[in-house]
Write a protein that binds this ligand. Structure first.
Ligand SMILES: Nc1ncnc2c1ncn2[C@@H]1O[C@H](COP(=O)(O)OP(=O)(O)OP(=O)(O)O)[C@@H](O)[C@H]1O
Ligand SMILES: [Mg+2]
Length: 263
């Protein structure tokens, strides 16, 4: 059977509500393997909620989220790796240990239930992953001894150990200096191309959103009731293929909207 036209992720009329608070409504989206989607939207509009539903830690209130055409399991699966803005590595483990404990199965090897060649192989794979992220010299350092950029690369190395097909990035570079951010952009772009990953990346930085990835989504509320702000949820109001023409106009209109909201 030819599945090449099946989206890797599909949302069919997905809603997310907390009690009377509608966070997301009527999401209908198709994402193909290899898409790199940058996600923008004001604070509280439901971006992390959407990522958590993709991860499986939150379930839609209504509608269906499909992975390869099948309902997405309620357990975070190995095909989905996640990197948060901060704190996704274990502080009491070295960089090498952090990468080796990428999942519970591997944890059991590290803790000694499995010895011998499999542990050696795991260590080799972990060292290769650290090398890919430029962290060979930091293998035996603890996160507190590493810079913010190094910690973030370690979190990415950890997520990649499970060989995920989908990488979920929740403001991964938000806490980094501009210079280091630029290096991270090159790195994530290279990894995306090399591994044919499907990436969802939330960012607060308009330029980062337009610079990285193949598609840009903007989450926003098309309907808003000032008397009852929680009544309506966000949708993807823009779905822009990147590298398309006319981006300057869109950036300008989004910036104008952003300034209006800050004022
Ligand atoms: N477990 C929960 N229970 C109740 N409300 C929640 C829960 N999780 C999120 N919310 C609410 O859902 C809304 C969306 O939250 P979410 O974290 O998805 O926003 P966000 O777009 O990621 O914002 P930010 O840019 O600030 O990270 C918020 O109003 C939040 O208070
Ligand atoms: Mg968030």
């Amino acid at each position: 059977m030819d599945n090449s036209n099946t989206p890797i992720i599909e949302a069919k009329n997905v809603w997310k509500e907390y009690g009377d608070h509608v966070v997301l409504e009527r999401l209908n989206l198709k994402v193909m393997q290899g898409d790199f989607i940058s996600i923008l939207g004001t604070s509280g509009c439901g971006k992390s909620t959407f990522l958590n539903m993709l991860l499986g830690t939150q379930a839609p209130s209504r509608g269906e989220l499909l992975l390869d055409g099948k309902p997405l399991s309620s357990e975070p699966g190995p095909e989905r790796g996640i990197v948060f803005q901060k704190y996704s590595v274990f502080p009491h483990m070295t960089a090498l240990q952090n990468v080796m404990v990428a999942d519970e199965f591997e944890m059991s090897k590290v803790l000694g239930k499995v010895w011998g060649s499999s542990k050696g192989e795991l260590k080799d794979r972990a060292m290769a992953q650290l090398e890919r992220l430029g962290l060979t010299q930091a293998a035996n350092k603890y996160p507190a001894e590493m810079s913010g950029g190094m910690q973030q690369r370690l979190a990415i190395a950890q997520a990649l150990m499970k060989k995920p097909r989908i990488l979920l990035l929740d403001e991964p570079f938000g806490a980094l200096d501009p210079g280091i951010r630029k290096d991270m952009h090159v790195l994530i772009n290279d990894i995306w191309q090399e591994q044919n990953l499907t990436i969802f990346m939330i960012t607060h930085d308009l330029h980062e959103g337009f610079k990285l990835g193949s598609r840009l989504w903007v989450f926003d509320k098309p309907r808003f009731d000032p008397q009852e702000p929680d009544r309506y949820g966000s949708q993807v109001t823009f779905d822009i293929p990147l590298n398309a023409s006319g981006q300057e106009d869109i950036i300008a209109s989004l910036q104008a909207k952003e300034q209006k909201e800050v004022a």
